[in-house]
Design a protein around this ligand. Structure first.
Ligand SMILES: Cc1cc2nc3c(=O)[nH]c(=O)nc-3n(C[C@H](O)[C@H](O)[C@H](O)COP(=O)(O)OP(=O)(O)OC[C@H]3O[C@@H](n4cnc5c(N)ncnc54)[C@H](O)[C@@H]3O)c2cc1C
Length: 426
Protein backbone atom coordinates (compact mmCIF):
# COMPACT_ATOMS: atom_id res chain seq x y z
CA UNK A 1 0.00 0.00 0.00
CA UNK A 2 1.36 3.40 -0.93
CA UNK A 3 1.43 6.15 1.66
CA UNK A 4 -1.65 8.29 1.11
CA UNK A 5 -0.77 11.76 2.22
CA UNK A 6 -4.01 13.34 1.14
CA UNK A 7 -6.57 11.29 3.10
CA UNK A 8 -8.70 13.29 5.47
CA UNK A 9 -9.48 10.61 8.06
CA UNK A 10 -8.15 7.10 8.57
CA UNK A 11 -10.46 4.75 10.46
CA UNK A 12 -9.09 1.69 12.27
CA UNK A 13 -11.58 -1.20 12.26
CA UNK A 14 -14.60 -1.99 10.05
CA UNK A 15 -17.06 -3.02 12.75
CA UNK A 16 -20.21 -1.01 13.36
CA UNK A 17 -18.29 1.96 14.77
CA UNK A 18 -15.82 2.10 11.87
CA UNK A 19 -18.59 1.74 9.30
CA UNK A 20 -20.69 4.37 11.09
CA UNK A 21 -17.74 6.75 11.06
CA UNK A 22 -17.05 6.14 7.37
CA UNK A 23 -20.69 6.68 6.45
CA UNK A 24 -20.82 10.00 8.33
CA UNK A 25 -17.54 11.16 6.77
CA UNK A 26 -18.89 10.42 3.31
CA UNK A 27 -22.04 12.39 4.11
CA UNK A 28 -19.86 15.30 5.24
CA UNK A 29 -17.81 15.16 2.04
CA UNK A 30 -14.60 13.97 3.71
CA UNK A 31 -12.34 11.31 2.24
CA UNK A 32 -11.55 8.33 4.41
CA UNK A 33 -9.78 4.99 4.35
CA UNK A 34 -10.89 2.18 6.65
CA UNK A 35 -8.21 -0.33 7.68
CA UNK A 36 -9.55 -3.68 8.89
CA UNK A 37 -7.36 -6.42 10.33
CA UNK A 38 -9.59 -9.37 9.47
CA UNK A 39 -10.86 -10.66 6.14
CA UNK A 40 -14.39 -9.30 6.54
CA UNK A 41 -16.31 -6.26 7.71
CA UNK A 42 -18.78 -6.30 10.61
CA UNK A 43 -16.50 -7.16 13.55
CA UNK A 44 -18.73 -8.59 16.28
CA UNK A 45 -21.70 -8.57 13.88
CA UNK A 46 -20.94 -11.80 12.04
CA UNK A 47 -23.41 -14.18 10.43
CA UNK A 48 -22.31 -17.69 9.50
CA UNK A 49 -24.09 -20.75 8.02
CA UNK A 50 -22.59 -23.58 10.08
CA UNK A 51 -22.87 -27.11 8.71
CA UNK A 52 -23.28 -28.31 12.32
CA UNK A 53 -26.65 -26.55 12.41
CA UNK A 54 -27.75 -27.64 8.95
CA UNK A 55 -26.54 -24.52 7.13
CA UNK A 56 -29.13 -22.09 8.57
CA UNK A 57 -27.97 -18.52 9.25
CA UNK A 58 -26.46 -18.07 12.70
CA UNK A 59 -25.20 -14.88 14.32
CA UNK A 60 -21.97 -15.63 16.15
CA UNK A 61 -22.12 -12.25 17.89
CA UNK A 62 -24.90 -9.65 17.85
CA UNK A 63 -28.37 -10.79 16.85
CA UNK A 64 -30.91 -8.23 18.10
CA UNK A 65 -31.51 -4.60 17.26
CA UNK A 66 -32.34 -3.49 20.79
CA UNK A 67 -34.69 -0.60 21.47
CA UNK A 68 -35.75 -1.06 17.87
CA UNK A 69 -38.07 1.95 17.82
CA UNK A 70 -35.11 4.30 18.39
CA UNK A 71 -32.27 2.21 16.96
CA UNK A 72 -30.75 3.96 13.91
CA UNK A 73 -30.05 0.59 12.27
CA UNK A 74 -33.75 -0.23 12.28
CA UNK A 75 -34.49 2.66 9.93
CA UNK A 76 -31.60 1.70 7.65
CA UNK A 77 -33.00 -1.84 7.40
CA UNK A 78 -36.57 -0.60 6.91
CA UNK A 79 -35.58 1.96 4.26
CA UNK A 80 -33.74 -0.79 2.39
CA UNK A 81 -36.79 -3.06 2.54
CA UNK A 82 -35.06 -5.67 4.74
CA UNK A 83 -37.51 -7.81 6.74
CA UNK A 84 -37.14 -7.58 10.51
CA UNK A 85 -38.28 -10.57 12.55
CA UNK A 86 -40.33 -9.80 15.66
CA UNK A 87 -38.46 -12.17 17.93
CA UNK A 88 -40.12 -10.79 21.09
CA UNK A 89 -43.61 -11.20 19.72
CA UNK A 90 -43.23 -14.83 18.67
CA UNK A 91 -41.20 -15.88 21.71
CA UNK A 92 -42.78 -18.12 24.34
CA UNK A 93 -41.25 -18.08 27.83
CA UNK A 94 -40.99 -20.97 30.26
CA UNK A 95 -39.60 -20.36 33.74
CA UNK A 96 -38.62 -23.29 35.94
CA UNK A 97 -37.98 -23.71 39.65
CA UNK A 98 -35.85 -26.79 39.67
CA UNK A 99 -37.55 -29.19 37.26
CA UNK A 100 -41.07 -27.84 37.66
CA UNK A 101 -42.65 -24.91 35.84
CA UNK A 102 -43.04 -21.71 37.86
CA UNK A 103 -46.52 -21.28 39.25
CA UNK A 104 -48.60 -18.30 38.22
CA UNK A 105 -47.93 -16.75 41.64
CA UNK A 106 -44.18 -17.19 41.20
CA UNK A 107 -44.28 -15.60 37.76
CA UNK A 108 -46.14 -12.60 39.20
CA UNK A 109 -43.65 -12.36 42.06
CA UNK A 110 -40.72 -12.59 39.63
CA UNK A 111 -42.16 -9.84 37.39
CA UNK A 112 -42.69 -7.63 40.46
CA UNK A 113 -39.11 -8.20 41.64
CA UNK A 114 -37.54 -6.38 38.64
CA UNK A 115 -38.74 -2.86 39.52
CA UNK A 116 -37.81 -3.59 43.15
CA UNK A 117 -34.28 -4.49 42.03
CA UNK A 118 -34.04 -1.33 39.90
CA UNK A 119 -35.31 0.87 42.74
CA UNK A 120 -32.81 -0.72 45.15
CA UNK A 121 -30.00 -0.03 42.68
CA UNK A 122 -31.07 3.61 42.36
CA UNK A 123 -31.25 4.01 46.14
CA UNK A 124 -27.80 2.52 46.67
CA UNK A 125 -26.29 4.56 43.83
CA UNK A 126 -27.82 7.74 45.27
CA UNK A 127 -26.36 6.92 48.69
CA UNK A 128 -22.90 5.74 47.62
CA UNK A 129 -22.24 7.18 44.14
CA UNK A 130 -21.98 3.66 42.72
CA UNK A 131 -22.08 0.07 43.94
CA UNK A 132 -21.64 -3.34 42.37
CA UNK A 133 -24.60 -5.31 41.06
CA UNK A 134 -23.73 -7.91 43.70
CA UNK A 135 -24.29 -5.29 46.43
CA UNK A 136 -27.78 -4.65 45.05
CA UNK A 137 -28.60 -8.38 45.06
CA UNK A 138 -27.27 -8.76 48.60
CA UNK A 139 -29.26 -5.73 49.72
CA UNK A 140 -32.36 -7.67 48.60
CA UNK A 141 -31.10 -10.90 50.15
CA UNK A 142 -34.56 -11.99 51.34
CA UNK A 143 -36.10 -11.66 47.90
CA UNK A 144 -36.10 -15.13 46.28
CA UNK A 145 -35.72 -13.57 42.81
CA UNK A 146 -32.78 -11.22 43.47
CA UNK A 147 -30.20 -13.87 42.55
CA UNK A 148 -31.93 -14.53 39.21
CA UNK A 149 -32.16 -10.85 38.34
CA UNK A 150 -28.54 -10.21 39.21
CA UNK A 151 -27.49 -13.23 37.14
CA UNK A 152 -29.57 -12.04 34.18
CA UNK A 153 -28.50 -8.43 34.18
CA UNK A 154 -24.83 -8.93 35.05
CA UNK A 155 -23.48 -12.28 33.84
CA UNK A 156 -26.01 -12.98 31.08
CA UNK A 157 -26.77 -9.57 29.53
CA UNK A 158 -23.60 -7.70 30.44
CA UNK A 159 -21.22 -10.73 30.39
CA UNK A 160 -19.63 -10.05 33.79
CA UNK A 161 -20.26 -11.33 37.31
CA UNK A 162 -22.21 -8.95 39.53
CA UNK A 163 -19.34 -8.34 41.95
CA UNK A 164 -17.23 -6.83 39.14
CA UNK A 165 -19.97 -4.77 37.51
CA UNK A 166 -21.07 -1.17 38.11
CA UNK A 167 -24.76 -0.84 38.95
CA UNK A 168 -24.60 2.74 37.64
CA UNK A 169 -23.35 1.54 34.26
CA UNK A 170 -26.19 -0.97 34.20
CA UNK A 171 -28.84 1.64 35.04
CA UNK A 172 -27.54 4.00 32.37
CA UNK A 173 -27.56 1.32 29.72
CA UNK A 174 -30.80 -0.47 30.47
CA UNK A 175 -32.42 -0.85 27.04
CA UNK A 176 -36.14 -0.42 26.59
CA UNK A 177 -38.38 -1.00 23.59
CA UNK A 178 -38.57 -4.09 21.44
CA UNK A 179 -35.88 -6.34 19.99
CA UNK A 180 -35.96 -6.99 16.24
CA UNK A 181 -33.83 -9.45 14.29
CA UNK A 182 -32.87 -8.75 10.66
CA UNK A 183 -33.95 -11.82 8.71
CA UNK A 184 -30.81 -13.64 7.62
CA UNK A 185 -28.72 -12.23 10.49
CA UNK A 186 -27.29 -8.93 11.72
CA UNK A 187 -23.87 -9.72 10.27
CA UNK A 188 -25.38 -10.38 6.84
CA UNK A 189 -27.35 -7.13 7.09
CA UNK A 190 -24.14 -5.23 7.87
CA UNK A 191 -22.32 -6.85 4.93
CA UNK A 192 -25.20 -6.11 2.60
CA UNK A 193 -26.02 -2.54 3.59
CA UNK A 194 -23.29 -0.77 5.55
CA UNK A 195 -19.97 -1.17 3.75
CA UNK A 196 -21.02 -0.03 0.29
CA UNK A 197 -18.96 2.57 -1.51
CA UNK A 198 -16.42 2.89 1.30
CA UNK A 199 -12.67 2.48 0.76
CA UNK A 200 -12.08 -0.49 3.08
CA UNK A 201 -8.76 -2.36 3.12
CA UNK A 202 -9.29 -5.86 4.53
CA UNK A 203 -6.49 -8.03 5.98
CA UNK A 204 -4.72 -4.85 7.03
CA UNK A 205 -3.96 -4.90 10.77
CA UNK A 206 -2.80 -1.58 12.15
CA UNK A 207 0.27 -1.99 14.34
CA UNK A 208 1.10 1.61 15.28
CA UNK A 209 -0.68 4.96 15.38
CA UNK A 210 1.72 7.95 15.35
CA UNK A 211 -0.64 10.71 16.33
CA UNK A 212 1.20 13.96 16.93
CA UNK A 213 3.21 14.30 13.78
CA UNK A 214 4.24 17.45 11.99
CA UNK A 215 1.39 19.72 10.92
CA UNK A 216 -0.90 17.73 13.15
CA UNK A 217 -0.84 14.70 10.85
CA UNK A 218 -1.45 11.14 12.00
CA UNK A 219 0.44 8.23 10.45
CA UNK A 220 -1.03 4.77 10.81
CA UNK A 221 1.30 1.84 10.18
CA UNK A 222 0.38 -1.61 8.87
CA UNK A 223 2.53 -4.50 7.57
CA UNK A 224 1.61 -3.47 4.04
CA UNK A 225 2.39 0.22 4.36
CA UNK A 226 1.29 3.38 6.10
CA UNK A 227 -1.58 5.81 5.71
CA UNK A 228 -1.26 9.45 6.62
CA UNK A 229 -4.29 11.57 7.47
CA UNK A 230 -5.40 14.68 9.26
CA UNK A 231 -7.30 12.62 11.84
CA UNK A 232 -7.57 9.03 12.96
CA UNK A 233 -10.57 7.26 14.50
CA UNK A 234 -9.67 4.04 16.34
CA UNK A 235 -12.65 1.70 16.82
CA UNK A 236 -11.07 -1.51 18.13
CA UNK A 237 -12.43 -3.13 21.31
CA UNK A 238 -11.15 -2.21 24.75
CA UNK A 239 -9.74 -5.75 24.84
CA UNK A 240 -7.52 -4.94 21.85
CA UNK A 241 -6.68 -1.48 23.24
CA UNK A 242 -5.63 -3.01 26.57
CA UNK A 243 -3.78 -5.89 24.90
CA UNK A 244 -1.08 -3.63 23.48
CA UNK A 245 -1.07 -5.13 19.96
CA UNK A 246 -1.84 -1.67 18.63
CA UNK A 247 0.79 0.80 19.79
CA UNK A 248 0.08 4.51 20.22
CA UNK A 249 3.11 6.68 19.64
CA UNK A 250 3.32 8.69 21.83
CA UNK A 251 1.21 6.82 24.39
CA UNK A 252 -2.32 8.14 24.76
CA UNK A 253 -2.97 10.29 27.85
CA UNK A 254 -3.47 8.67 31.26
CA UNK A 255 -7.17 9.63 31.27
CA UNK A 256 -7.77 7.51 28.16
CA UNK A 257 -5.61 4.63 29.45
CA UNK A 258 -7.45 4.64 32.79
CA UNK A 259 -10.77 4.60 30.94
CA UNK A 260 -9.70 1.56 28.92
CA UNK A 261 -8.68 -0.22 32.14
CA UNK A 262 -12.05 0.65 33.71
CA UNK A 263 -13.96 -0.81 30.73
CA UNK A 264 -12.69 -4.38 30.35
CA UNK A 265 -14.26 -7.01 28.12
CA UNK A 266 -16.66 -9.54 29.55
CA UNK A 267 -17.22 -12.89 27.94
CA UNK A 268 -20.34 -14.65 26.73
CA UNK A 269 -20.35 -18.04 25.05
CA UNK A 270 -23.16 -19.26 22.80
CA UNK A 271 -23.63 -23.02 22.73
CA UNK A 272 -25.91 -24.49 20.06
CA UNK A 273 -26.76 -28.21 20.27
CA UNK A 274 -28.67 -29.83 17.41
CA UNK A 275 -31.30 -32.41 18.33
CA UNK A 276 -30.63 -35.95 17.25
CA UNK A 277 -34.19 -37.29 17.16
CA UNK A 278 -37.77 -36.03 17.22
CA UNK A 279 -38.10 -35.14 20.95
CA UNK A 280 -38.77 -31.39 21.41
CA UNK A 281 -38.76 -31.46 25.25
CA UNK A 282 -42.46 -30.51 25.42
CA UNK A 283 -41.67 -26.83 24.87
CA UNK A 284 -43.04 -24.83 21.94
CA UNK A 285 -40.95 -23.56 19.05
CA UNK A 286 -38.97 -20.35 19.71
CA UNK A 287 -39.25 -20.88 23.46
CA UNK A 288 -37.01 -19.24 26.07
CA UNK A 289 -36.21 -21.50 29.00
CA UNK A 290 -34.71 -20.31 32.25
CA UNK A 291 -34.38 -21.79 35.71
CA UNK A 292 -34.54 -19.76 38.92
CA UNK A 293 -31.12 -19.09 40.43
CA UNK A 294 -31.29 -20.20 44.05
CA UNK A 295 -28.16 -18.58 45.47
CA UNK A 296 -26.52 -15.24 44.65
CA UNK A 297 -23.54 -15.91 42.40
CA UNK A 298 -24.78 -19.23 41.02
CA UNK A 299 -24.71 -19.43 37.22
CA UNK A 300 -27.72 -18.87 34.98
CA UNK A 301 -27.71 -20.39 31.50
CA UNK A 302 -30.88 -19.46 29.64
CA UNK A 303 -31.74 -21.42 26.50
CA UNK A 304 -33.61 -20.52 23.38
CA UNK A 305 -35.23 -23.78 22.31
CA UNK A 306 -35.95 -24.34 18.65
CA UNK A 307 -35.28 -20.69 17.65
CA UNK A 308 -37.37 -19.63 14.66
CA UNK A 309 -38.61 -23.23 14.46
CA UNK A 310 -35.16 -24.73 14.00
CA UNK A 311 -33.99 -28.10 15.32
CA UNK A 312 -31.43 -26.94 17.90
CA UNK A 313 -31.32 -25.32 21.31
CA UNK A 314 -29.06 -22.38 21.94
CA UNK A 315 -27.69 -21.66 25.39
CA UNK A 316 -25.93 -18.53 26.57
CA UNK A 317 -23.49 -18.37 29.46
CA UNK A 318 -21.61 -15.25 30.55
CA UNK A 319 -19.20 -13.97 33.16
CA UNK A 320 -16.54 -15.94 35.01
CA UNK A 321 -18.19 -19.29 34.25
CA UNK A 322 -17.87 -18.50 30.54
CA UNK A 323 -14.22 -17.58 31.08
CA UNK A 324 -13.59 -20.85 32.94
CA UNK A 325 -15.31 -22.86 30.23
CA UNK A 326 -13.39 -21.09 27.48
CA UNK A 327 -10.20 -22.16 29.23
CA UNK A 328 -11.48 -25.71 29.74
CA UNK A 329 -12.36 -26.17 26.06
CA UNK A 330 -15.35 -27.04 23.90
CA UNK A 331 -16.00 -30.55 25.32
CA UNK A 332 -16.27 -29.10 28.83
CA UNK A 333 -18.50 -26.29 27.56
CA UNK A 334 -20.85 -28.70 25.78
CA UNK A 335 -20.93 -30.91 28.90
CA UNK A 336 -21.80 -27.88 31.04
CA UNK A 337 -24.67 -26.94 28.70
CA UNK A 338 -25.95 -30.52 28.76
CA UNK A 339 -25.83 -30.56 32.55
CA UNK A 340 -27.84 -27.31 32.70
CA UNK A 341 -30.43 -28.78 30.31
CA UNK A 342 -30.54 -31.96 32.41
CA UNK A 343 -31.21 -29.82 35.51
CA UNK A 344 -34.44 -28.63 33.86
CA UNK A 345 -35.55 -31.50 31.62
CA UNK A 346 -33.96 -34.52 33.26
CA UNK A 347 -32.23 -37.44 31.56
CA UNK A 348 -34.19 -37.23 28.30
CA UNK A 349 -31.73 -34.60 27.05
CA UNK A 350 -28.95 -37.20 27.00
CA UNK A 351 -30.49 -39.16 24.17
CA UNK A 352 -31.35 -35.95 22.33
CA UNK A 353 -28.02 -34.14 22.56
CA UNK A 354 -25.25 -36.59 23.44
CA UNK A 355 -22.80 -36.57 20.51
CA UNK A 356 -25.04 -33.99 18.82
CA UNK A 357 -23.59 -31.63 16.23
CA UNK A 358 -22.72 -28.45 18.12
CA UNK A 359 -21.44 -24.95 17.68
CA UNK A 360 -19.63 -23.01 20.41
CA UNK A 361 -18.52 -19.41 19.96
CA UNK A 362 -15.07 -18.23 21.09
CA UNK A 363 -14.86 -14.45 21.00
CA UNK A 364 -12.07 -14.52 23.57
CA UNK A 365 -9.89 -16.34 21.04
CA UNK A 366 -10.34 -13.77 18.27
CA UNK A 367 -7.15 -11.68 18.53
CA UNK A 368 -8.94 -8.69 17.01
CA UNK A 369 -11.75 -8.67 19.58
CA UNK A 370 -10.61 -10.52 22.77
CA UNK A 371 -13.95 -10.88 24.55
CA UNK A 372 -17.64 -10.19 24.06
CA UNK A 373 -18.15 -6.53 24.96
CA UNK A 374 -17.17 -3.93 27.54
CA UNK A 375 -18.55 -3.38 31.01
CA UNK A 376 -17.71 -0.69 33.57
CA UNK A 377 -16.19 -1.76 36.87
CA UNK A 378 -17.89 -0.34 40.00
CA UNK A 379 -17.29 3.40 40.25
CA UNK A 380 -16.27 3.78 36.60
CA UNK A 381 -19.44 4.38 34.60
CA UNK A 382 -18.11 7.81 33.53
CA UNK A 383 -15.18 6.12 31.76
CA UNK A 384 -17.34 5.61 28.65
CA UNK A 385 -17.71 9.34 28.02
CA UNK A 386 -14.08 9.96 29.01
CA UNK A 387 -12.83 7.42 26.44
CA UNK A 388 -14.72 9.25 23.69
CA UNK A 389 -13.01 12.59 24.44
CA UNK A 390 -10.84 13.80 21.52
CA UNK A 391 -7.10 13.38 22.00
CA UNK A 392 -4.33 15.61 20.65
CA UNK A 393 -6.46 18.59 19.55
CA UNK A 394 -8.95 16.22 17.98
CA UNK A 395 -6.48 14.48 15.66
CA UNK A 396 -7.06 11.16 17.43
CA UNK A 397 -10.44 9.82 18.46
CA UNK A 398 -11.46 6.55 20.07
CA UNK A 399 -14.92 5.19 19.22
CA UNK A 400 -16.81 1.91 19.53
CA UNK A 401 -19.39 0.24 21.72
CA UNK A 402 -17.39 1.01 24.88
CA UNK A 403 -17.69 4.76 24.25
CA UNK A 404 -21.45 5.10 24.08
CA UNK A 405 -23.48 6.16 27.08
CA UNK A 406 -26.95 4.69 26.88
CA UNK A 407 -26.45 2.09 24.15
CA UNK A 408 -23.09 0.81 25.41
CA UNK A 409 -22.08 -2.70 24.34
CA UNK A 410 -24.48 -2.77 21.39
CA UNK A 411 -24.34 -2.44 17.62
CA UNK A 412 -26.37 0.77 17.83
CA UNK A 413 -24.02 2.26 20.43
CA UNK A 414 -21.02 1.39 18.27
CA UNK A 415 -22.62 2.88 15.14
CA UNK A 416 -23.62 6.15 16.85
CA UNK A 417 -20.26 6.46 18.59
CA UNK A 418 -18.48 6.09 15.22
CA UNK A 419 -20.74 8.73 13.69
CA UNK A 420 -20.13 11.13 16.58
CA UNK A 421 -16.36 10.65 16.29
CA UNK A 422 -16.55 11.31 12.55
CA UNK A 423 -18.43 14.56 13.13
CA UNK A 424 -15.80 15.60 15.65
CA UNK A 425 -12.97 14.65 13.29
CA UNK A 426 -14.53 16.50 10.37
C1 LIG B 1 -21.83 -13.01 21.61
C2 LIG B 1 -22.24 -11.58 21.38
C3 LIG B 1 -23.58 -11.25 21.31
C4 LIG B 1 -23.98 -9.93 21.11
N1 LIG B 1 -25.31 -9.63 21.00
C5 LIG B 1 -25.68 -8.36 20.68
C6 LIG B 1 -27.04 -8.09 20.34
O1 LIG B 1 -27.89 -8.98 20.29
N2 LIG B 1 -27.36 -6.79 20.04
C7 LIG B 1 -26.44 -5.78 20.05
O2 LIG B 1 -26.80 -4.64 19.77
N3 LIG B 1 -25.13 -6.04 20.32
C8 LIG B 1 -24.74 -7.30 20.62
N4 LIG B 1 -23.43 -7.59 20.83
C9 LIG B 1 -22.46 -6.48 20.90
C10 LIG B 1 -22.11 -5.91 19.50
O3 LIG B 1 -21.81 -6.96 18.65
C11 LIG B 1 -20.92 -4.99 19.66
O4 LIG B 1 -21.18 -4.02 20.67
C12 LIG B 1 -20.60 -4.21 18.38
O5 LIG B 1 -20.69 -5.04 17.25
C13 LIG B 1 -19.20 -3.63 18.51
O6 LIG B 1 -18.87 -2.86 17.38
P1 LIG B 1 -17.50 -2.04 17.36
O7 LIG B 1 -17.39 -1.43 16.02
O8 LIG B 1 -17.42 -1.18 18.55
O9 LIG B 1 -16.35 -3.13 17.58
P2 LIG B 1 -15.97 -4.39 16.68
O10 LIG B 1 -17.16 -5.03 16.13
O11 LIG B 1 -15.06 -5.23 17.52
O12 LIG B 1 -15.16 -3.75 15.48
C14 LIG B 1 -13.79 -3.44 15.58
C15 LIG B 1 -13.09 -3.91 14.32
O13 LIG B 1 -11.70 -3.59 14.45
C16 LIG B 1 -10.95 -4.64 13.88
N5 LIG B 1 -9.59 -4.58 14.44
C17 LIG B 1 -9.13 -5.00 15.65
N6 LIG B 1 -7.82 -4.76 15.79
C18 LIG B 1 -7.44 -4.15 14.64
C19 LIG B 1 -6.20 -3.64 14.17
N7 LIG B 1 -5.08 -3.71 14.91
N8 LIG B 1 -6.15 -3.07 12.94
C20 LIG B 1 -7.28 -2.98 12.17
N9 LIG B 1 -8.47 -3.47 12.56
C21 LIG B 1 -8.55 -4.03 13.79
C22 LIG B 1 -11.71 -5.88 14.26
O14 LIG B 1 -11.38 -6.97 13.42
C23 LIG B 1 -13.17 -5.41 14.11
O15 LIG B 1 -13.66 -5.68 12.81
C24 LIG B 1 -22.99 -8.91 20.98
C25 LIG B 1 -21.65 -9.25 21.00
C26 LIG B 1 -21.27 -10.56 21.19
C27 LIG B 1 -19.81 -10.91 21.18
Amino acid sequence: MAIETDTDVVVVGAGLAGLGAAERLRALGRRCVVLEASARIGGRAWTTHPAELGGVWFDMGAIWLHDAENNPLTSIARNAGDPLLRSDAIRVERGFVGQRLMTQAEQTEYAAAWPIFEAAADTLIAAHGDVSMRAVAEHLGDNPWAASIEAWEAAVICTVDGDRFSARDWRRNALGGSNLVPDGGVGAFVQRRLGLGIDIRLNTPVTRVRWNGRGGRVVVETPSGAVSARSCIVTVSTGVLAGGGLVFDPPIPARARDSIAALPMGLAVKVALRAVGPDRLDVPLHCSVEQRVERIGDPLMPFQCWPFGRDYVQGWIGGSVAEDLARAGSDATAAFALERLRAVFGGRVDALFRDAPRLITAWDADPYVLGAYSYAVPGAADARAALAEPIGDGHLLIAGEACHVGYASTVAGAWISGQDAATAAA
